[in-house]
Design a protein around this ligand. Structure first.
Ligand SMILES: [Zn+2]
Length: 132
């Protein structure tokens, strides 16, 4: 269950980050998270998004929308003499089919944004105003 442990760490970071932004007694609610992952992580955005929705239940991130973007791989091809990129794990150059491409990264994960709004449980009218 690679996804489960990954999402649980992600959720922990997101909740900690939301907590840090709280001022005084105003609690914050997470409404959205944007994550970027390298192509070699093998992560499926839909799986992560579904997992996140389940695990966020009962936390300040309940109902938050997780958006996952898979970053294309980038590398340098000595035959083309240029940077090339590929959307998935391939071993040859997408331009010249040479196999000497030096792919970089691909296993990174980065939280790009965490959206928070003041907590407004049980007060739907105020929630809409705060969301603007
Ligand atoms: Zn090439």
């Amino acid at each position: 269950m690679h996804e489960m442990s990954l999402v649980s760490s992600l959720l922990r970071i997101v909740l900690e980050e939301a907590k840090k932004r709280e001022t005084g007694r105003q609690r914050l609610q997470v409404t959205g998270v944007r994550l970027e992952a390298g192509a070699l992580t093998g992560l499926m955005p839909e799986t992560l998004e579904g997992c996140f929705a389940l695990m966020a239940e009962g936390t300040a991130a309940e109902g938050a929308r997780l958006e996952v973007r898979i970053r294309p791989l980038t590398g340098y091809c000595p035959d083309c003499g240029e940077e090339v990129s590929a959307g998935r794990r391939i071993f040859s150059c997408p331009r010249c089919s040479g196999c000497g491409v030096d792919w970089k990264g691909g296993r990174e994960m980065e939280i790009m944004a965490i959206d928070v709004v003041p907590f407004s449980r049980g007060d739907a009218g105020a929630a809409e105003e705060e969301a603007v």
